[in-house]
Design a protein around this ligand. Structure first.
Ligand SMILES: C[S@@+](CC[C@H](N)C(=O)[O-])C[C@H]1O[C@@H](n2cnc3c(N)ncnc32)[C@H](O)[C@@H]1O
Length: 243
Protein backbone atom coordinates (compact mmCIF):
# COMPACT_ATOMS: atom_id res chain seq x y z
CA UNK A 1 0.00 0.00 0.00
CA UNK A 2 1.50 3.31 -1.01
CA UNK A 3 1.54 6.10 1.51
CA UNK A 4 3.59 8.61 -0.50
CA UNK A 5 2.28 12.00 -1.59
CA UNK A 6 0.42 12.24 -4.91
CA UNK A 7 1.24 14.86 -7.60
CA UNK A 8 -1.30 17.25 -6.13
CA UNK A 9 0.35 16.98 -2.71
CA UNK A 10 -2.49 15.05 -1.07
CA UNK A 11 -2.09 11.60 0.46
CA UNK A 12 -3.74 8.77 -1.52
CA UNK A 13 -6.71 7.13 0.16
CA UNK A 14 -5.34 3.97 1.85
CA UNK A 15 -6.53 0.63 0.48
CA UNK A 16 -9.16 -0.92 2.76
CA UNK A 17 -6.90 -3.95 3.21
CA UNK A 18 -3.21 -4.51 2.36
CA UNK A 19 -2.15 -7.02 -0.32
CA UNK A 20 -0.40 -9.35 2.13
CA UNK A 21 -3.32 -9.40 4.54
CA UNK A 22 -5.70 -9.97 1.65
CA UNK A 23 -3.71 -13.08 0.71
CA UNK A 24 -3.73 -14.27 4.31
CA UNK A 25 -7.48 -13.65 4.54
CA UNK A 26 -8.06 -15.80 1.45
CA UNK A 27 -5.83 -18.64 2.64
CA UNK A 28 -6.78 -22.09 3.94
CA UNK A 29 -5.15 -21.10 7.23
CA UNK A 30 -7.68 -18.27 7.73
CA UNK A 31 -10.53 -20.63 6.86
CA UNK A 32 -9.20 -23.12 9.40
CA UNK A 33 -9.03 -20.41 12.10
CA UNK A 34 -12.56 -19.21 11.31
CA UNK A 35 -13.86 -22.78 11.39
CA UNK A 36 -12.12 -23.97 14.55
CA UNK A 37 -11.64 -20.79 16.57
CA UNK A 38 -13.70 -17.70 15.68
CA UNK A 39 -17.05 -19.29 14.84
CA UNK A 40 -17.04 -21.93 17.60
CA UNK A 41 -16.55 -19.00 19.97
CA UNK A 42 -19.45 -17.05 18.43
CA UNK A 43 -21.60 -20.17 18.65
CA UNK A 44 -20.50 -20.81 22.23
CA UNK A 45 -21.55 -17.28 23.22
CA UNK A 46 -24.93 -17.70 21.52
CA UNK A 47 -25.44 -21.11 23.20
CA UNK A 48 -24.45 -19.79 26.63
CA UNK A 49 -27.25 -17.23 26.38
CA UNK A 50 -29.78 -19.63 24.91
CA UNK A 51 -29.85 -17.72 21.63
CA UNK A 52 -31.18 -19.30 18.45
CA UNK A 53 -30.96 -17.57 15.07
CA UNK A 54 -32.82 -20.33 13.24
CA UNK A 55 -34.73 -18.83 10.32
CA UNK A 56 -33.64 -15.28 11.18
CA UNK A 57 -32.30 -12.46 9.06
CA UNK A 58 -28.49 -12.24 9.36
CA UNK A 59 -25.95 -9.77 7.92
CA UNK A 60 -22.23 -10.52 7.52
CA UNK A 61 -20.59 -7.07 7.34
CA UNK A 62 -17.14 -7.11 5.66
CA UNK A 63 -17.48 -10.74 4.61
CA UNK A 64 -14.14 -10.90 2.74
CA UNK A 65 -14.00 -13.98 0.52
CA UNK A 66 -17.15 -15.27 2.18
CA UNK A 67 -16.00 -18.40 3.98
CA UNK A 68 -17.83 -16.96 6.99
CA UNK A 69 -21.06 -17.31 4.99
CA UNK A 70 -20.58 -21.07 4.87
CA UNK A 71 -20.03 -21.11 8.63
CA UNK A 72 -22.96 -18.83 9.45
CA UNK A 73 -25.16 -21.00 7.26
CA UNK A 74 -24.00 -24.24 8.89
CA UNK A 75 -23.92 -23.06 12.49
CA UNK A 76 -26.78 -20.55 12.72
CA UNK A 77 -29.19 -21.69 9.97
CA UNK A 78 -30.48 -18.21 8.98
CA UNK A 79 -33.69 -17.76 7.04
CA UNK A 80 -32.10 -14.97 5.04
CA UNK A 81 -28.38 -14.24 4.73
CA UNK A 82 -26.99 -10.93 3.41
CA UNK A 83 -23.32 -9.95 3.12
CA UNK A 84 -21.11 -7.22 1.75
CA UNK A 85 -17.49 -6.16 1.46
CA UNK A 86 -15.85 -3.02 0.14
CA UNK A 87 -13.44 -4.95 -2.14
CA UNK A 88 -15.21 -6.05 -5.36
CA UNK A 89 -12.86 -9.01 -6.03
CA UNK A 90 -13.66 -10.39 -2.54
CA UNK A 91 -17.37 -10.04 -3.23
CA UNK A 92 -16.94 -12.03 -6.46
CA UNK A 93 -15.27 -14.89 -4.57
CA UNK A 94 -17.98 -14.76 -1.88
CA UNK A 95 -20.70 -14.87 -4.54
CA UNK A 96 -19.15 -17.93 -6.16
CA UNK A 97 -19.58 -19.99 -2.99
CA UNK A 98 -22.42 -22.44 -2.84
CA UNK A 99 -24.27 -20.60 -0.07
CA UNK A 100 -27.73 -19.08 -0.44
CA UNK A 101 -26.92 -15.43 0.28
CA UNK A 102 -27.30 -11.95 -1.20
CA UNK A 103 -23.79 -10.50 -1.53
CA UNK A 104 -22.82 -7.03 -2.76
CA UNK A 105 -20.16 -4.32 -2.63
CA UNK A 106 -20.72 -1.73 0.13
CA UNK A 107 -18.89 0.43 2.61
CA UNK A 108 -19.72 -0.32 6.24
CA UNK A 109 -19.49 3.40 7.06
CA UNK A 110 -22.32 4.32 4.63
CA UNK A 111 -24.82 1.50 4.13
CA UNK A 112 -27.75 1.80 1.78
CA UNK A 113 -29.81 -0.53 3.93
CA UNK A 114 -32.94 0.39 5.87
CA UNK A 115 -32.92 0.84 9.65
CA UNK A 116 -34.02 -2.04 11.91
CA UNK A 117 -33.56 -4.77 9.30
CA UNK A 118 -31.45 -7.60 10.79
CA UNK A 119 -31.87 -9.95 13.76
CA UNK A 120 -28.10 -10.40 13.94
CA UNK A 121 -24.97 -8.86 12.39
CA UNK A 122 -21.50 -10.44 12.27
CA UNK A 123 -18.46 -8.14 12.07
CA UNK A 124 -15.26 -10.16 12.06
CA UNK A 125 -12.03 -8.14 11.91
CA UNK A 126 -13.47 -5.30 9.82
CA UNK A 127 -13.74 -2.09 11.86
CA UNK A 128 -10.01 -1.89 12.61
CA UNK A 129 -9.50 -1.45 8.84
CA UNK A 130 -11.71 1.62 8.71
CA UNK A 131 -10.52 5.13 9.55
CA UNK A 132 -14.26 5.82 9.95
CA UNK A 133 -14.75 2.86 12.31
CA UNK A 134 -17.06 4.88 14.59
CA UNK A 135 -19.40 5.56 11.65
CA UNK A 136 -19.14 1.84 10.72
CA UNK A 137 -20.29 0.74 14.17
CA UNK A 138 -23.10 3.32 14.13
CA UNK A 139 -24.28 1.92 10.78
CA UNK A 140 -24.27 -1.63 12.14
CA UNK A 141 -26.32 -0.50 15.15
CA UNK A 142 -28.70 1.35 12.84
CA UNK A 143 -29.48 -1.66 10.62
CA UNK A 144 -29.93 -4.01 13.61
CA UNK A 145 -33.48 -4.46 14.84
CA UNK A 146 -34.21 -3.34 18.39
CA UNK A 147 -33.14 -6.33 20.48
CA UNK A 148 -30.96 -7.61 17.60
CA UNK A 149 -27.55 -9.19 18.22
CA UNK A 150 -24.07 -8.08 17.21
CA UNK A 151 -21.28 -10.68 17.05
CA UNK A 152 -18.07 -8.71 16.71
CA UNK A 153 -14.39 -9.54 16.86
CA UNK A 154 -11.54 -7.04 16.58
CA UNK A 155 -7.84 -6.89 17.51
CA UNK A 156 -6.42 -4.91 20.41
CA UNK A 157 -3.65 -2.32 20.44
CA UNK A 158 -0.75 -4.81 20.68
CA UNK A 159 -1.77 -6.48 17.41
CA UNK A 160 -2.37 -3.12 15.72
CA UNK A 161 1.05 -1.80 16.77
CA UNK A 162 2.65 -4.97 15.40
CA UNK A 163 0.77 -4.44 12.11
CA UNK A 164 2.00 -0.85 12.05
CA UNK A 165 5.62 -2.04 12.39
CA UNK A 166 5.06 -4.43 9.45
CA UNK A 167 3.22 -2.03 7.14
CA UNK A 168 4.56 1.36 8.24
CA UNK A 169 1.15 2.75 9.14
CA UNK A 170 -2.12 1.98 10.88
CA UNK A 171 -5.14 4.01 9.90
CA UNK A 172 -7.18 2.62 12.80
CA UNK A 173 -4.61 3.53 15.47
CA UNK A 174 -4.44 7.00 13.94
CA UNK A 175 -8.23 7.10 14.12
CA UNK A 176 -8.20 6.22 17.85
CA UNK A 177 -9.30 2.58 17.49
CA UNK A 178 -8.74 0.38 20.55
CA UNK A 179 -10.86 -2.21 22.38
CA UNK A 180 -11.83 0.23 25.20
CA UNK A 181 -12.69 2.90 22.59
CA UNK A 182 -14.79 0.30 20.73
CA UNK A 183 -16.62 -0.54 23.96
CA UNK A 184 -17.35 3.14 24.58
CA UNK A 185 -18.76 3.45 21.05
CA UNK A 186 -20.90 0.34 21.57
CA UNK A 187 -22.41 1.95 24.63
CA UNK A 188 -22.93 5.25 22.81
CA UNK A 189 -24.81 3.37 20.05
CA UNK A 190 -27.08 1.55 22.50
CA UNK A 191 -25.31 -1.82 22.21
CA UNK A 192 -25.18 -3.69 25.55
CA UNK A 193 -22.45 -6.31 25.99
CA UNK A 194 -23.87 -9.71 26.89
CA UNK A 195 -20.61 -11.61 26.68
CA UNK A 196 -16.95 -11.09 25.83
CA UNK A 197 -13.97 -13.40 25.24
CA UNK A 198 -10.32 -13.00 24.43
CA UNK A 199 -9.01 -15.03 21.51
CA UNK A 200 -5.79 -15.49 19.53
CA UNK A 201 -3.81 -15.53 22.80
CA UNK A 202 -5.40 -12.30 23.96
CA UNK A 203 -4.52 -10.35 20.81
CA UNK A 204 -8.17 -10.21 19.72
CA UNK A 205 -11.41 -9.72 21.58
CA UNK A 206 -14.86 -10.92 20.62
CA UNK A 207 -18.15 -9.57 21.93
CA UNK A 208 -21.78 -10.54 21.82
CA UNK A 209 -23.92 -7.40 22.13
CA UNK A 210 -27.60 -6.74 22.06
CA UNK A 211 -29.21 -3.58 20.73
CA UNK A 212 -31.04 -1.95 23.62
CA UNK A 213 -30.92 -2.49 27.34
CA UNK A 214 -30.26 -6.13 28.29
CA UNK A 215 -33.47 -6.69 30.23
CA UNK A 216 -35.64 -5.05 27.56
CA UNK A 217 -33.90 -7.12 24.91
CA UNK A 218 -34.41 -10.34 26.84
CA UNK A 219 -38.13 -9.66 27.08
CA UNK A 220 -38.23 -8.75 23.39
CA UNK A 221 -36.41 -11.90 22.36
CA UNK A 222 -38.46 -14.10 24.63
CA UNK A 223 -41.55 -12.72 22.94
CA UNK A 224 -40.05 -13.52 19.54
CA UNK A 225 -38.59 -16.88 20.67
CA UNK A 226 -35.06 -15.83 19.74
CA UNK A 227 -33.78 -16.59 23.21
CA UNK A 228 -34.55 -20.10 24.39
CA UNK A 229 -34.18 -20.83 28.09
CA UNK A 230 -30.56 -19.83 28.87
CA UNK A 231 -28.41 -22.86 29.76
CA UNK A 232 -26.59 -21.15 32.59
CA UNK A 233 -29.06 -18.42 33.50
CA UNK A 234 -26.28 -16.18 32.24
CA UNK A 235 -28.19 -13.29 30.82
CA UNK A 236 -26.75 -10.70 33.18
CA UNK A 237 -25.04 -7.92 31.24
CA UNK A 238 -21.31 -7.55 30.69
CA UNK A 239 -20.17 -11.06 31.60
CA UNK A 240 -16.66 -11.88 30.57
CA UNK A 241 -14.69 -15.06 30.40
CA UNK A 242 -11.44 -16.05 28.71
CA UNK A 243 -11.62 -18.43 25.79
C1 LIG B 1 -9.50 -8.97 8.04
S1 LIG B 1 -10.62 -9.10 6.72
C2 LIG B 1 -11.90 -10.09 7.46
C3 LIG B 1 -12.79 -10.74 6.45
C4 LIG B 1 -13.85 -11.69 7.05
N1 LIG B 1 -14.81 -10.96 7.87
C5 LIG B 1 -13.16 -12.76 7.86
O1 LIG B 1 -13.34 -12.79 9.09
O2 LIG B 1 -12.44 -13.57 7.27
C6 LIG B 1 -11.33 -7.49 6.71
C7 LIG B 1 -12.34 -7.27 5.63
O3 LIG B 1 -12.96 -6.00 5.83
C8 LIG B 1 -13.16 -5.41 4.56
N2 LIG B 1 -13.32 -3.96 4.73
C9 LIG B 1 -12.39 -3.04 5.08
N3 LIG B 1 -12.92 -1.82 5.13
C10 LIG B 1 -14.25 -1.97 4.83
C11 LIG B 1 -15.34 -1.06 4.71
N4 LIG B 1 -15.18 0.25 4.92
N5 LIG B 1 -16.55 -1.54 4.39
C12 LIG B 1 -16.73 -2.88 4.16
N6 LIG B 1 -15.73 -3.79 4.26
C13 LIG B 1 -14.50 -3.34 4.58
C14 LIG B 1 -11.91 -5.79 3.78
O4 LIG B 1 -12.09 -5.67 2.39
C15 LIG B 1 -11.72 -7.23 4.24
O5 LIG B 1 -12.38 -8.15 3.40
Amino acid sequence: MSNTLQDNGSRPKPEPIGKIELRLMNSRAREWLLKYWDFPLFQHMAGRHGISLDGRRILDAGCGSGYSLTLINERFRPGELTAFDIVPSQVEIAKSRDVPATVFVADITALELPCDTFDAVFVSGVLHHCPGWRAGLAEVARVLKEGGLLFIEEPGTVHLKFERVLTGHSSSLEAGFSVPALQREMERNGLSVLDSHRLYFGLFRSFLCVKGATLQARQYHKARHLFRAPKSGALASGQESSA
